[in-house]
Design a protein around this ligand. Structure first.
Ligand SMILES: [Zn+2]
Length: 83
């Protein structure tokens, strides 16, 4: 094992702590753990919820509705074939 590999975990933890500290400093009232990677509180048209900006359903909602429709159609009784 190389020396660099041994220190990777420690380096990652140190970097995370540094990023959290910076986020805490910039946004004392925000959940800093969530903001640590991008340091911004954004809900613009590109980042925000599509329902809010365009009146659309979110991808998770579309997936759920499609799955529900499929399940309902699977449950429907199909006419029996006679002879
Ligand atoms: Zn944005």
């Amino acid at each position: 094992m190389f020396r660099s590999e041994r220190h990777k975990r420690a380096q990652r933890r140190r970097a995370e702590a540094r990023k959290k500290q910076r986020a805490r400093k910039l946004y004392p009232d925000q959940p800093y753990g969530k903001l640590r990677n991008h340091l911004t509180v954004c809900s613009c048209r590109a980042c925000g919820n599509p329902r809010r900006h365009f009146g659309e359903r979110t991808l998770a909602e579309l997936r759920f509705l499609q799955s529900m429709r499929q399940q309902i159609s699977d449950l429907e009784v199909r006419p029996m074939r006679l002879a």
